[in-house]
Design a protein around this ligand. Structure first.
Ligand SMILES: Cc1cc2nc3c(=O)[nH]c(=O)nc-3n(C[C@H](O)[C@H](O)[C@H](O)COP(=O)(O)OP(=O)(O)OC[C@H]3O[C@@H](n4cnc5c(N)ncnc54)[C@H](O)[C@@H]3O)c2cc1C
Length: 382
């Protein structure tokens, strides 16, 4: 890695997860000079199920086959260990990736378009300058017209540019599980498991990878102290406790609560992905949102660099239009399901096939949570 001590670029992106790397790719493809930094050494592990929903795959303009380790065409759904349904489809619902490989693949795509990428480089300070911003990093300083915070849920860029701290984060934990008998893994390939209400106000998942399973639990309670216990209970319920060896049991926060950020852009900066918020309040999915916001940001930054008087605020308006209402509909559905189990569980048991179909329509990009909300109001009570 060559260290730049004083560099100038149109756009400096902080963080090379899916949001930052894909934005870097899109801006470089438009011909702008882009630099991206990440504090970690790449490829780096990121705690994540690595489930790329079909709507994310549709959005990407290049083939991701080199980093896909499993394609799931079936979904097993249960409610507190009571089987609800098993859906089988012709096309993949979720493509499985290992995040270290997927994220490295995306940033390589951006590098191939001409961006400069510095890993092991940490954001330190951001100050306004005549040029736009001056950004001090652990590998030297950058002058850029725009700085983008793609630095995840605890975005330092947001703090340094006056966009404030994240709000309403929800916890999840996950581990990579290796079977003690490799033949047992075969049963899981091609199928995702969603086990609802474990923990009571969340769900557990099993996502198959080529050589192991990613197993996790997500809670919609902001301070879920018992998440490790719920994880252990989940392994027990799935009958996996004795047949797996766990690696990297880790927790992380997801910006999936009701209160999202009010501001995600200022005169020379904007936030994308987990830094902006808007992960799915029901599932915690965030890669689709990261990639989709990268597209909106690329359009807005392009206009800004062409001298559009609207500035980067158009990005904020576009994101609020596309994600805010959807987020509220999803949160309302989630609140009904997770917080009112006496009402919602019997309803789900009765309509499990339909609800699963509708949810698959959402993650494959055919429907919105608004559609699901309207349909849910018409469901017959048991
Ligand atoms: C347990 C768990 C499971 C999940 N499973 C799924 C799933 O299966 N599917 C899905 O769609 N979503 C999932 N998510 C959500 C998903 O992981 C995130 O929404 C997604 O990673 C957001 O991408 P991003 O690019 O915004 O941020 P990140 O992927 O978090 O990337 C941010 C990058 O910024 C870098 N960075 C941070 N601070 C600095 C700094 N100061 N200087 C320089 N670099 C910095 C970090 O090193 C990191 O590489 C899951 C989340 C959790 C916690």
């Amino acid at each position: 890695m060559t260290v730049a001590h004083k560099s100038t670029c149109d756009v400096l992106i902080i963080g090379a997860g899916p949001a930052g790397a894909y934005l870097a790719y899109l801006l470089a493809a438009k011909g702008y000079s882009v630099a991206a930094i990440d504090k970690e050494a790449f490829p780096r592990y990121k705690v994540c199920g690595g489930g790329l929903c079909a709507r994310s795959v549709k959005l990407l303009p290049f083939d991701i086959a080199p980093v896909v380790v499993d394609k799931t065409t079936a979904a097993f759904v249960s409610l507190r260990n009571r089987h609800l349904c098993l859906k089988k489809l012709d096309d993949p619902i979720i493509h499985m990736v290992k995040r270290e490989d997927f994220d490295a693949f995306l940033i390589e795509k951006a590098v191939s378009k001409g961006i400069r990428f510095l890993d092991q480089t940490r954001l330190e300070t951001i100050t306004s300058s005549k040029y736009g911003v001056e950004v001090q990093t652990s590998s030297g300083s950058f002058k850029a017209q725009v700085v983008v915070g793609a630095d995840g849920v605890h975005s330092k860029t947001a703090l340094l540019t006056g966009l404030g701290p994240a709000r309403n984060l929800l916890p999840a934990i996950e581990a990579e599980a290796f079977m003690t008998r490799p033949d047992l893994l075969e049963d899981y390939h091609g199928c995702v498991h969603f086990d609802l209400a474990i923990p009571p106000q969340g769900y557990g998942w099993i996502f198959p990878k080529a050589e192991h399973l990613s197993i996790g639990v997500f809670s919609t309670l902001q301070k879920e102290k018992g998440l490790k216990r719920a994880f252990s209970e989940y392994l027990e319920i799935k009958g996996l406790k004795e047949s797996i060896r766990l690696q990297r049991l880790k927790g992380h926060m997801i910006p999936a609560g009701l209160k999202t950020r009010k501001r995600i852009a200022s005169s020379n900066s904007l936030l994308v992905g987990d830094a902006a918020g808007f992960a799915d309040p029901i599932t915690g999915e965030g890669i689709y949102q990261a990639l989709s916001q990268a597209e909106l940001a690329a359009a807005a930054i392009g206009n800004f660099l062409q001298g559009s008087p609207d500035g980067l605020k158009t990005y904020e308006r576009m994101v609020m239009k596309k994600f805010r209402k959807e987020h509220i509909y999803a949160w309302l559905l989630g609140a009904f399901f997770y917080r009112l189990p006496a009402l919602s569980h019997p309803l789900l048991r009765r309509h499990s096939e339909l609800v699963t179909d509708l949810h698959i329509d959402i993650i494959t990009g055919k429907r919105s949570y608004k559609d699901l909300f309207k349909i849910a109001l018409l469901l017959k009570r048991p």
